[in-house]
Write a protein that binds this ligand. Structure first.
Ligand SMILES: NC(=O)c1ccc[n+]([C@@H]2O[C@H](COP(=O)([O-])OP(=O)(O)OC[C@H]3O[C@@H](n4cnc5c(N)ncnc54)[C@H](O)[C@@H]3O)[C@@H](O)[C@H]2O)c1
Length: 294
């Protein structure tokens, strides 16, 4: 067996909103492999995530393979809409859910993590948002479209720019893994509101970033995950999302839905030295669905 040992590595994990988020399973996998974990959560989610990390009733969801529990080394507030605090409008600054944090920009979060832990080896980008996710592409407003791309795609570029100095020339190299979806390449009818465009942008951005940062031994890859009923995904169209999971499952070479642990396992491979020559790639963790004609 070739073990994945990430002891001594510092991982900045975005996108944990609850204990069903892909990023939750990825954080568990990274922790089980020995990494130091800094979570960067949306300011509105920090308190909720803290309770998932401590409440007795959620203990099972924290269990790691060796029987220990997921623990993190820091939770940082980060709204991926803002590169620096200078971008934050007054109405957000004074919103009481934000006002308790002095810093929640991408630059500030990355600086705080990089300085606290003396560098960053791993970044997980697991963020997506569209305020018009229920709308077809043709009905999406310009404002929602731009916001979806800003939060769901540009944030990776912003994060990697801020993190470059903390990630360059780390002992085994450093790497970022983002989450994408087939809806960024092919028409998935319900995937409107600017989300399909955001994923298309994220996919070419990841390749650009892989090129731009490769000379510093920073790798950038994406996982294209099959549909998975995270709490957030289920809540968008109750009952409907499960049907799209079933649709993909019966048509996939492996005729079943994916499990979030499988996305975490593939992430561990991509951030590990086993993938030291892998960059600019999209790894499909979708039971092979992308290979089918329909
Ligand atoms: N669930 C699926 O079927 C599926 C399939 C393929 C890819 N993905 C992708 O996986 C990633 C994670 O999705 P998930 O299913 O775990 O859902 P999730 O809702 O649990 O994760 C999305 C996260 O994005 C965060 N977020 C939204 N806006 C933000 C902002 N402005 N600043 C900071 N964080 C913000 C949310 O707080 C949440 O934690 C997303 O990129 C999603 O598009 C999901």
């Amino acid at each position: 067996m070739i073990p994945i040992d990430l002891k001594g590595k510092v991982a900045l994990v975005t996108g944990v909103g609850d204990n069903e988020s892909f990023a939750w399973f990825i954080a568990k996998g990274l922790r089980a492999a020995g990494a130091t974990i800094a979570l960067a959560c949306h300011p509105r989610m920090c308190g909720i995530v803290e309770s998932f990390l401590t409440r007795d009733q959620d203990r099972d969801s924290r269990l790691l393979p060796d029987g220990s529990e997921l623990k993190v080394d820091g939770i940082f507030a980060c709204d991926a809409l803002y590169d620096t605090m200078a971008d934050v409008p007054e109405n957000v600054r004074t919103d009481k859910r934000y006002a308790k944090f002095a810093e929640y920009s991408i630059q500030g979060t990355v600086d705080a993590v990089g300085q606290k832990f003396g560098g960053i080896d791993i970044i997980i980008h697991s963020i997506a948002f569209s305020r018009e996710i229920m709308k077809l592409a043709k009905d999406t407003s310009r404002a929602a479209y731009s916001e979806a791309i800003g939060i769901s795609a540009y944030s990776l570029t912003s994060m990697m720019r801020a993190a470059e100095k903390y990630m360059e020339n780390r002992p085994d190299g450093a790497s970022a893994v983002g989450l994408t979806y087939l809806g960024g390449e092919r028409v998935v009818p319900y995937y409107g509101g600017g989300m399909s465009t955001a994923k298309a942008a994220l996919q070419i951005d990841a390749k650009q970033l892989a090129h731009n940062l490769g000379s510093k031994n920073i790798r950038v890859n994406l996982i294209s995950a099959g549909p998975y009923a995270s709490r957030a995904a289920r809540s968008i169209r109750p009952g409907e999302f499960e049907k799209s999971i079933e649709y993909a499952a019966v048509r996939s070479p492996l005729p079943r839905p994916i499990k979030p642990e499988e996305v975490a396992n593939a992430t561990l491979f991509l951030v590990s030295p086993l993938a030291s020559a892998v960059t600019g790639q999209i790894l499909y963790v979708d039971c092979g669905y992308n290979a089918m004609a329909g």
